[in-house]
Design a protein around this ligand. Structure first.
Ligand code: PLP
Length: 465
């Protein structure tokens, strides 16, 4: 069943390489834990997403947004690929610095920071910080006077699935005052930043924001700041399955044209971005098991069914809102092009289909995967549902409410990630992580890191032989 679950995802041929196979995987397939929810993560895919980003916007340096997926494996591969990192808290700073990443490759991009986290950044040489208020400037002046600041601008982000501008960003009108306040406090503002909201649906959102940043640069120069860095944030769509593709010409064309117009190369402004979802969306496929099932009939329901009416089937899954399906977009059915393709049963596309409510495992009634019902064939307890494109804002947002643990992540790597990681395989891993090491197209073994012990590169090399 599990094999067919993964193999069943036919619309993405690349993912078929991840089918569990070989001797090393048999214990996973046969283990007791097989009924628990899990994710398959493809470390090699990070290299191709990085390449795609750099090809689309070669003038922009990506600073990966750690909040999107903070797996140590992800951070390690991206560090080896040479990305920078966007951190939002001390813990994220610690994670990235702990991998040996130079502080100059980090931006602390949270405009509202606790004083103690600012002090941590100062002590560890992380200089690039964002701000959007006078109060934040006062804090930075006190705790990190040597910071290099980017003024975060409010954007028009209605075109994004997750707008954030009500919470963060200064209005263009407020910028003049903020820039002079920074100067009066002896702080260096070195540029501007914005964030168009996650899963932005149109590149035109960037055009206006980039034009606004040009105004901020002019104001900044007027206030005596050396404006040299533009941060165009994240928000780039990541999915291969639905929605506009970033790689489509319109995205790179529109953003590049806006940059060429307002920040032509000869001005020497360094342009950075903070992509998260773009790198991570397709990184994971989630497998979720049906643990209970119930048919709900309205009054007179059986009679209605006998006359061709239908019951609503309620399925209780072992992952949900408090696990990998936290983020609201998972509740937007439209996010999925074809929910049927995610059911693992061979007959998944065969009618009859029933309206179904998909619940998570906790005792919270709002713990649902979708706000709306979905139409599925009748399924059984023990069946698996497979959800691709589950790498962004899933594991990083999950918790163990009601004692249901977050899904185990089963990492796979091919020769690309293998070569990138090299001897750096001694990682401070969380417990219980599993990795299937794949080299030259072969699965070598499955290794589980046990509590307290480090991952040993020797064991990997043994496996390679
Ligand atoms: N930058 C900032 C400031 C953010 O708040 C976020 C996400 O919330 C990101 C970057 C990453 O955004 P995305 O995953 O949409 O690329």
């Amino acid at each position: 069943m599990l094999k067919s679950a993964v193999e069943g995802k036919r619309h993405n041929p690349r993912r078929q390489q991840l089918v569990l196979r070989g001797s090393g995987t048999s214990s996973l397939l046969e283990s007791e834990a097989l009924q628990d929810p899990f994710m398959l993560a493809d470390l090699d895919m990070l290299a191709s997403r990085h390449q795609a980003f750099c090809q689309a916007l070669p003038q922009v340096s990506p600073f990966y947004a750690v909040k999107c997926n903070s797996s140590p494996w992800v951070l390690c591969v991206l560090a080896a690929l040479g990305t920078g990192f966007d951190c939002a808290s001390q813990v994220e700073l610690e994670q990235v610095l702990g991998l040996g990443v130079a502080p100059s490759r980090i931006i602390y991009a949270n405009p509202s920071k606790p004083a103690s986290h600012i002090r941590y950044a100062a002590r560890h040489g992380v200089q690039l910080l964002t701000f959007d208020s006078e109060e934040e400037l006062t804090k930075v002046a006190q705790h990190h006077p040597g910071a290099r600041l980017l003024l975060r601008l409010r954007t028009q982000d209605r075109q994004s699935t997750f707008p954030l501008s009500t919470k963060f960003g200064a209005s263009l009108e407020a910028c003049g005052h903020l820039l002079t306040s920074a100067r009066d406090l002896g702080l260096a503002v070195v540029g501007a930043s914005f964030y168009v909201g996650s899963n932005c649906q149109t590149p035109q959102s960037f055009t206006q924001a980039i034009a606004d940043c040009r105004c901020v640069f002019e104001m900044g120069h007027g206030a005596g700041h050396d404006m040299s860095c533009l941060d165009i944030g994240g928000g780039f769509p990541g999915t291969e399955d639905s929605g506009p593709k970033f790689e489509e010409m319109s995205w790179q064309g529109v953003i590049s044209a806006a940059l060429a117009q307002d920040f032509p190369e000869e001005r020497g402004v360094k342009v950075i971005a903070e992509p998260g979802r773009f790198y991570m969306e397709s990184f994971c496929t989630a497998a979720v098991n049906i643990i209970a099932k119930k048919a709900v009939l309205e009054p007179g329901g059986w009679a209605r069914m006998a006359m061709g009416g239908e019951a609503t089937l309620m399925y209780y899954l072992n992952d949900g809102h408090y696990g990998s399906f936290r983020l609201g977009h998972r509740n937007l059915l439209s996010f999925f092009s074809d929910p049927l393709s995610y059911v693992t049963q061979e007959f998944c596309s065969q009618p009859p289909l029933f309206p179904c409510t998909l619940y998570g495992p906790t005792c919270d009634a709002s713990d649902r995967l979708f706000l709306e019902d979905v139409r599925l064939p009748e399924l059984d307890v023990g069946d698996w549902l497979v959800f691709p494109s589950m790498g962004a804002y899933t594991s990083s947002m999950s918790c163990s409410f009601n004692g249901f643990l977050p899904a185990t992540i089963c990492y796979t790597m091919g020769v690309t990630a293998w070569d990138l990681l090299g001897e750096d395989l001694c990682l401070p891993l969380g417990t219980g992580m599993q990795i299937l090491a794949v080299g030259s197209g072969q699965v070598y073994s499955e290794v589980t890191k046990s509590e307290g012990s480090g991952w040993s590169s020797e064991s990997i090399l043994d496996m390679k032989r």
